[in-house]
Design a protein around this ligand. Structure first.
Ligand SMILES: NC(=O)C1=CN([C@@H]2O[C@H](COP(=O)(O)OP(=O)(O)OC[C@H]3O[C@@H](n4cnc5c(N)ncnc54)[C@H](O)[C@@H]3O)[C@@H](O)[C@H]2O)C=CC1
Ligand SMILES: O=C(O)[C@H]1O[C@H](OP(=O)(O)OP(=O)(O)OC[C@H]2O[C@@H](n3ccc(=O)[nH]c3=O)[C@H](O)[C@@H]2O)[C@H](O)[C@@H](O)[C@@H]1O
Length: 440
């Protein structure tokens, strides 16, 4: 099958490479010349375990290529995926500018039957809007007879585990009102469904909402546990024990119950806000989702508040070490990362930050620059003469840290742990002032 993937960002690249791995012919298109040039030179611009090898193997096999030319790529494809970004607009709604630009270009170049598929996360009704724009473009070109189908096929992969998530999905959601498009989609996903992975068909609006509802449910679980962590702190309970007491209940399960320093990334924060906005436009109340968002905002300030309450109001002379800048391990993505927001707050008050991350230093440097920032490629060097260590991301190497060395390098043995990596008793015995989330 021939696929055109419009948008070679995170999702477009992973999904495009995976479809190629499944035996399809894929052209990944982007309007960013630097990105396409680097991919054409064999360089993968994002950090994602396993992706580089996957891209290399499929390029070599002649199944995967990269192009700036959307018109030509659309012309050769039976499946046209829209995988461009849908960032938050000022009011929290999903900004569809990139989607609509891509759609207009599809409408201006389509010359044969194709299935047009939204992979981007888009608000309910967007797929119908896309259908309208393409129809209008075809009419303008005097090609109203040309048929095409619209499908919503939301993506559920996680950064850091993206390749495995796509090739071993819990479910493949296909929203369509059309039998022909459904058959096309079934054929496309046959390499996965033949292994037993389920493909669920539904109407387009339900597919669009299934994506938002899934992210919102996971975000809700996290904010719920963060709220419980606050209660734990006030009554002397331990959130890790509370979690253990919950997760063996099969009805609850163990996933997404880790309290921490709040959820970040390019999706949970924006998608929760987008669904709130979309519901409010229809006068539908969203009490739960608003609370989820609010709890997360507060939680992201947690380590900042620990610094303030430990060191008092005058923190302008402090140097603090930060371990972990990415919004979670195994990625270099720092979008809406709790670390970045906290660093901004601390810098505004004159604190100097000594930062380490195994892969996100470059992205952090681009976002934060040099003011009050020192970047280290060695985590232990980042500790030297620091008044405290703030831990934001549960990278494996931090979990395995040599705590004696940590203590000897810090100016003051103070650790604020946003991911509950260490045992509070052991930390206290080792002479640390140690604060974590939901544990006293
Ligand atoms: N990042 C993730 O883990 C996941 C993201 N999603 C959704 O997938 C969508 C894409 O997300 P990301 O890949 O993270 O975004 P991204 O920002 O990394 O990539 C978007 C790409 O689209 C390109 N682009 C924009 N307009 C274009 C046009 N007219 N023609 C060609 N290329 C164009 C940009 O240059 C960029 O490379 C979003 O809606 C997101 O919510 C869904 C599941 C997972
Ligand atoms: O729509 C999307 O883009 C994707 O969003 C999330 O994936 P991702 O943002 O890559 O990362 P997650 O592993 O879900 O983590 C999100 C945030 O929640 C935090 N988290 C996660 C789990 C947990 O128990 N506690 C917790 O605080 C993480 O630290 C991270 O900051 C979803 O898990 C994917 O299914 C979805 O496709």
């Amino acid at each position: 099958m021939k696929i055109c993937m419009i948008g070679t960002g995170y999702v477009g690249l992973v999904v495009g490479a995976c479809f190629a791995e499944m035996g399809h012919q894929v052209i990944c298109v982007d309007n960013n010349p630097a990105k396409i040039a680097s991919l054409q030179n064999g360089q993968v611009p994002i950090y994602e375990p396993g992706l580089e090898q996957l891209v290399e193997r499929n390029v070599e096999a002649g199944r995967l290529s990269f192009s700036l030319d959307l018109i030509e790529s659309v012309g050769h494809s039976q499946f046209i995926f829209i995988a461009v970004g849908t960032p938050p607009a000022e009011d929290g709604s999903a900004d569809l500018t990139y989607v609509m630009n891509a759609v207009r270009q599809i409408g201006a170049s389509l010359n044969h039957y194709a299935v047009i598929i939204t992979k981007s996360t888009v608000p309910i009704g967007s797929s119908e809007m896309i259908r309208g724009v393409i129809r209008a473009e075809l009419e303008r070109r005097g090609m109203s007879d040309l048929t095409f189908d619209i499908v919503s096929n939301p993506e559920f992969l996680r950064e850091g585990a993206a390749v495995g998530d796509f090739l071993h999905p819990n479910r493949i959601v296909v929203g369509t009102d059309n039998e022909r498009a459904l058959q096309y989609m079934k054929e496309l996903y046959l390499p996965l469904t033949s292994l037993g992975y389920p493909l669920i068909q539904m109407d387009i609006a339900s597919a669009e909402l299934a994506k938002y509802a899934s992210n919102a449910m996971l975000a809700t679980r996290i904010s719920f546990m963060n709220e419980m962590a606050g209660i734990c702190e006030s009554v002397g309970a331990d959130i890790e024990r509370v979690r253990q007491g919950m997760e063996l209940d099969h009805r609850i399960g163990s996933y997404f119950l880790s309290a921490g320093v709040g959820y970040g990334g390019s999706c949970f924060p924006k998608d929760v806000r987008a669904i709130i906005q979309s519901a409010s436009e229809r006068n539908v109340p969203t009490h739960i989702l608003e609370a989820v968002d609010k709890v997360n905002h507060q939680q992201k300030k947690k380590l900042y508040e620990m610094v303030r309450s430990h060191f008092g109001d005058n923190i302008s002379q402090l140097r603090v070490a930060v371990w972990g800048l990415s919004f979670k391990p195994e990625t270099d993505d720092i979008r809406e990362a709790p670390s970045i927001e906290t660093i901004e707050l601390l810098r505004q008050r004159g604190v100097v930050i000594q930062a380490h991350d195994p892969v996100a230093l470059q992205n952090a440097y681009q976002a934060l620059g040099e003011q009050n920032m020192v970047y280290y490629s060695d985590p232990y060097q980042a500790l030297m003469d620091a008044d405290a260590l703030l831990l934001f991301t549960e990278w494996k190497q931090y979990r395995a840290a040599d705590l004696k060395r940590v203590k000897s390098l810090l100016k003051q043995p103070v650790v604020f742990d946003g991911r509950n990596l260490f045992d509070p008793e052991r930390m206290k015995e080792a002479g640390f002032v140690y604060q974590s989330i939901g544990r006293t």
